[in-house]
Design a protein around this ligand. Structure first.
Ligand SMILES: [Cu+2]
Length: 227
């Protein structure tokens, strides 16, 4: 009796401690926004296309930029093609995007919002589409303002840029530039010739000087040391 009472009290105390610890751990996480509803709902079988895909959080979302930066909804079919208009609107606790869907089948919706504490929160859900969609899925997420339909492949070759016409002033410019160039060439040639003559004259004088000194040196070298 006493032992079992003690055991029950110990078990109760343990349970209370566990609950307290769980609450302490959960407190910071509770600051994050969480999903309370969505369109479509997770697992919903959708027969009529809604105007908007949307997710609604438990509290107002934090859209500091005012342009839904950091918010996103992506709706993809089983083949991975993207739908919707890519225009994200944050209003209070709801993020929405203009809806479109293609062929009936299984779809997934991925969402990301900025929690009231500034942290991004994301998730995904699945739904089935039994209606008839008009849209063609895109290979990449749609960008707001761009046509949701894939661009038709242009069949016509892009017009080739016209060949640049030869400038009428090109030839005269070349001639004008050629004249001073010729004068410069002649001037340089004359200078080079004068320089070459000067170098030859200097070389001849140097050779003559070397010859004289060489003779003198040789004489001195060969001369018996004078005592
Ligand atoms: Cu947080």
């Amino acid at each position: 009796m006493t032992r079992s009472t003690l055991a029950r009290r110990a078990a109760l105390a343990g349970a209370v401690a566990l609950v307290a610890a769980s609450v302490a751990v959960a407190l910071p996480a509770s600051a994050h926004s969480y999903l309370v509803s969505s369109t479509p709902g997770d697992g919903e079988v959708l027969a009529t296309l809604p105007a908007q895909f949307s997710v609604t959080a438990n509290e107002p979302l934090l859209d500091l930029s005012g342009d839904a930066s950091g918010f996103a909804i992506q709706v993809v079919d089983a083949a991975g093609a993207f739908y919707g208009d890519g225009c994200f609107v944050v209003s209070g606790s709801t993020l929405s995007m203009g809806a479109s869907l293609g062929a009936p089948g299984d779809y997934r919706m991925y969402w990301q919002v900025i929690s009231d504490d500034g942290h991004p929160v994301s998730g995904e859900l699945a739904f089935s589409w039994t209606g008839t969609g008009e849209a063609t899925g895109l290979a990449s997420p749609p960008v707001c303002g761009q046509d949701a339909e894939p661009e038709p492949t242009p069949t016509a070759e892009p017009t080739t840029a016209p060949e640049p016409e030869p400038s009428a002033t090109a030839a005269p410019v070349d001639e004008n530039e050629g004249v001073p160039l010729d004068f410069t060439t002649i001037g340089l040639s004359v200078l080079a010739l004068l320089g070459a003559v000067a170098v030859i004259l200097l070389a001849v004088r140097a050779l003559r000087g070397m010859g004289k000194s060489s003779d003198r040196d040789d004489d001195n070298w060969n001369a018996p040391p004078s005592s």
